[in-house]
Design a protein around this ligand. Sequence first.
Ligand code: MLT
Length: 242
Amino acid sequence: MPTSNSTTPPSFETILSPALLPLYNLQGKTVVIIDILRATSSICVGFHSGVTLFHPVAHPEQATALENEGFIGAAERNGQKLNGFMLGNSPFDYLSNNLQDKKVAITTTNGTRCLHLSYEADEIIIGSFLNLNAVVNHCKNTKRDVIAFCAGWKDKFNLEDTLFAGALAKRLSSDFVIECDSTLAAIDLYNTAKDDLAGYIKKASHAQRFERLGLEHDIDFCMQNSIYDFVPKMVGDNLVLS
Ligand code: MLT
């Protein structure tokens, strides 16, 4: 049930790192999982390519075990696809393979952990620049309190996830109450970068990591705006298209 009653607008809060999660109450709220580079972006690409569900797991061994049950395994650590897996965490992994009607068991460095951490939420959805408009409309229609949950990098703050939180909050600012300094800072960060998001993010630590790994193209792809009109959500232990 939405926590805000019909007269008071819902609230918008931002968790800048999983380390700050204990300070927030997720109950009754919609949690938007944000891992722009690249889990939530790649998950959206997978659904676009016909994946029927993503099953997030904590350990690569779990993904391997599920391959025996008809899942395709996807595993990434420190930005690189793990040996022995068909898929990693690049959006291009999900554009180039025949994924129509496939189930994917996925584990990534940061993003899948946030899905598991958000179990107390009323609703858990996937946010990326690729489906920003759809997430905005979803949050406006459901009228629940929203928490933007930035995956960061190993509990550290990162720029790209906070940029998205700011973009989402700015788009919802006329319909939501924003009394959260993390959100206000995220909006200011977005206002700083909004005219050239991809250019701005090139200085981010994750972007520098990607340049060392030859993954620069992933950044430009993940920073595209609203190319998909759907919102993946957790139903039970799986991400599906609602
Ligand atoms: C993640 O998705 O957990 C990280 O952002 C790792 C990556 O895709 O490079």
